[in-house]
Design a protein around this ligand. Sequence first.
Ligand SMILES: Nc1ncnc2c1ncn2[C@@H]1O[C@H](COP(=O)(O)OP(=O)(O)OP(=O)(O)O)[C@@H](O)[C@H]1O
Ligand SMILES: [Mg+2]
Length: 247
Amino acid sequence: MTPLLDARDVQVRYGSLAALAGVDLSIHDGQRHALIGPNGAGKTTLLNVIAGATRPQRGTVVFGGRDVGRLGPAARARRGINRIHQRPAVFSTLTATENVVVAALPRVIPQRRWRPGGRRRAAQHRAGPLLEQMGLADVASVPAGHLAHGQRRQLEIAMALAGRPRLLLLDEPAAGLSATEVGRLVELLRALPRAVAVLLVEHRLDLVYALADTVTVLRDGQRLAAGTPDEIRTSPLVRQAYADGVA
Ligand SMILES: Nc1ncnc2c1ncn2[C@@H]1O[C@H](COP(=O)(O)OP(=O)(O)OP(=O)(O)O)[C@@H](O)[C@H]1O
Ligand SMILES: [Mg+2]
């Protein structure tokens, strides 16, 4: 089966530092793939390369059977690669609904194109179910700046889903969340439709093992191991990598 995403031999250098030293990663439709590894391993860099925010010096990124290497982030988002960042990014003065509307606008096709405001109404139509899906129906009218940290994370995921992704890239969604908030996030992510493949970067291994069906371990810009959560959990190599340094 052709993978949804096939990144090959990806190399990113910053001066003498190889942030990624020739990494392969493939993800199939509907897969839940986790990318783990110590700080500075190159996880965010690989997400940036897949999203089109960082141009690798070497390597290819094929998505949906097409080489997307020359496309920027907006063009890749239109093809179905959407992401949330390591640092949360929502419009704090806009309500939760308005944030999702803004995110949905580029991707909706109004039913009555010739009517003024048709696109906005179509986006508003999409926002309700997405907020519901992400457990935010009760706070739809609350400005994002007033939401709890965990709710802002949920809102960002709703915004990424508004782009109708085939691949959702999540960079440390559980960072800074309480144990209760992590539990809630796990539930919400597990309930995502299988039409969306997920690439999850996360230090919280409880979340990784609850969600992922495959795990890739990076260290010093190289793929150290890949396998099922059970294989990774029991791998001495992986234990050693984590013992050597993770925040
Ligand atoms: N723009 C940049 N300029 C210079 N060095 C960079 C840049 N971006 C990343 N790096 C370096 O590349 C390496 C990989 O960074 P990256 O952010 O991908 O790691 P990470 O695995 O996401 O780590 P963390 O778990 O801390 O988020 C690090 O040594 C980092 O300092
Ligand atoms: Mg990172």
